[in-house]
Design a protein around this ligand. Structure first.
Ligand SMILES: [Zn+2]
Length: 534
């Protein structure tokens, strides 16, 4: 079976994304994760460009990496100098890496316009810089910048730059579509030609300006490339780089090309979320393979076919990349979606059809009011359980009062007073907060923790408010979505009302009720020696 070397440049090219800034600490965390995932190379940064990257290269040596080789990035020497006098090459050596990635110019137009030097001098710059690092014992990966544009403009010269890199001792020739405008078939022909001409392994580094980065990477591999560069989630300048979260499963699951080990591929979603969390970027729900919606089915016809065989509407088994199938319920969905969800919840209902019909009716009515259960699976499950009978609410609200005091030049202050019934008992508590929802959250916890200690471990991690009928102005209905985590899993609940406090209360009450339901289910399951899946 064929195999490719996987080279990640999230920490260097990915860090060029608008809105992303990694600290040295962030970079170390991502490096460790990529290493554990079985990546072959992690490009750590450009030591010549900033002190933060130098700190990274010092600390990365302590990580004890098992698979990945860390590389430092940099350019070939400046024109008319000796490599030994070049600061950028010196910074690469100082970083202490075993492998360096050097980029050089392939496009004659760039050599004369951007560098302002002769074509001959550029060839010397490439050959001498690669040879210099080689002589110091480094493995040198050569990134041929603008290779495809350069080849179009002057094929003989573009090939001559690769020959210079080979003469210097480059271990890999990476062809870069730096401007991201190449089309798959054009690129394939060029890669094929380069692979035939050179015995050194050939790599691909594609940008996504034409929306082709993943396609171009696959085409290059088809044409003989054995080294693929890209970033997690396709992060990168402008439209980004080739998304390794799509490249790897495409190669491994569809092209019969080994990338990272299959059991690691099953953690791809986790890797994608981990990196987006650190990058502080919202995950894209429609991202191929790893997006939240990548295997979410809404149409009733699709769902009834899926229940017969998932292959009817899924291109791969979602578990192969650590994703999961989700069936969405909404007013558009038919009975099949609801039956699917009921079975997924393992409720074992004798009157399944009847419950499904009842929930569908309620759903239509609630969606009309502004509820939307697609992304609030916690509230959806509670709705079903309430309809199915036998569900006991963990607490019942008797009354709730919130005061907020605003004074000129003073910190705002909110206080919530709450009266609840838990079983036979009535509890009455008050708590403060920096805002009404925070005060409400604090008061509810204070009231419930004595009965349900598990609440201590639950934490509100996201709170979103969306206005539903904007035209109504401040009298509009709002939808509140709350995401809560217990450290292992997270769930989303919702509330809808023209009053933001009421909507928040509904979402918050559901979030605790759902968390307790899952806690009990887990405790019940482990009592019979069958730990609940998290
Ligand atoms: Zn790039």
């Amino acid at each position: 079976m064929r195999a490719v070397t996987v080279y990640d440049t999230t920490l260097r090219d990915g860090a060029q994304t608008e809105g992303i800034s990694f600290s040295a600490e962030d970079k170390l965390k991502i490096t460790l994760k990529l290493d554990r995932m079985g990546f072959h190379y992690v490009e750590g940064g450009w030591p010549g460009s900033n002190p933060k990257d130098m700190e990274y290269f010092v600390r990365v040596r302590e990580l004890g990496l098992q698979h990945a080789t860390v590389t430092a990035f940099g350019s070939t020497r400046r024109k008319n100098t000796r490599p030994a006098d070049d600061e950028n090459l010196a910074a690469i050596l100082k970083s202490g890496v075993k492998a360096a990635t050097l980029f050089g110019k392939s496009w004659d137009f760039h050599v004369t316009r951007a560098l302002g030097t002769s074509l001959e001098e550029n060839l010397s710059m490439i050959r001498e810089s690669v040879a210099y690092l080689r002589d110091q014992g480094l493995e040198v990966i050569y990134d041929a910048e603008h290779f495809f544009d350069g080849y179009k403009a002057n094929p003989a010269y573009a090939l001559a730059t690769l020959e210079a890199a080979v003469a210097g001792g480059a271990a890999v020739l990476v062809l870069c579509d730096t401007n991201g405008g190449a089309l798959p078939w054009e690129l394939q022909a060029v890669v094929e030609l380069v692979c035939k001409r050179f015995s050194v392994p050939v790599g691909i580094h594609a940008h996504n300006d034409g929306g082709m980065a993943v396609a171009n990477t696959l085409m290059a591999v088809q044409a003989g490339a054995t080294h693929v560069q890209g970033t997690i989630n396709g992060y990168g300048e402008r439209c980004g780089n080739a998304d390794l979260c799509a490249v790897l499963p495409n190669l491994s699951l569809k092209c019969g090309v080994n990338t990272i080990p299959e059991e690691k591929l099953r953690h791809l979603v986790e890797l994608s979320r981990y990196v987006s969390e650190i990058a502080n970027m919202h995950p894209n729900p429609q991202q191929p393979y790893v997006g939240m919606s990548a295997f979410a089915h809404k149409g009733g016809v699709h769902v009834s076919a899926l229940m017969k065989d998932p292959l009817t509407y899924e291109h791969i088994n979602p578990e192969a990349v650590g994703n999961r199938r989700r069936v969405l319920v909404s007013e558009l969905s038919g009975l099949s979606n609801l039956l699917y969800k009921l079975r997924e919840l393992n409720l074992d209902l004798p009157n399944e059809g009847e419950v499904a019909r009842q929930v569908l009716g309620q759903l239509k009515e609630l969606e009309h009011q502004g509820f939307q259960f697609e992304s609030a699976e916690g509230s959806f499950e509670l709705l079903v359980r309430r309809a199915a009978n036998g569900y006991e609410k963990p607490f019942i609200l008797e009354s709730l009062r919130i005061l907020t005091e605003l004074k000129e030049n003073r910190a705002v202050h909110s206080e919530a007073t709450i009266k609840l019934r838990v079983g036979e008992k009535t509890v009455h508590t008050a708590a403060e907060g920096n805002g009404p929802v925070n005060a409400l959250d604090n008061a509810l916890r204070k009231a419930l923790e004595q009965f349900y200690p598990a609440i201590k471990g639950m934490r509100l991690i996201d709170y979103k408010v969306r206005v539903i009928n904007e035209a109504a102005g401040t009298g509009a209905v709002v939808r509140v979505l709350i995401e809560t985590s217990d450290g292992h899993r997270s769930w989303v609940t919702l509330g809808v009302s023209p009053n933001i406090i009421e909507a928040s209360w509904q979402a918050l009450a559901d979030s605790f009720a759902y968390g307790l339901l899952k806690k009990n289910a887990a405790a019940g399951a482990s009592a019979v020696g069958n730990p609940a899946p998290d």
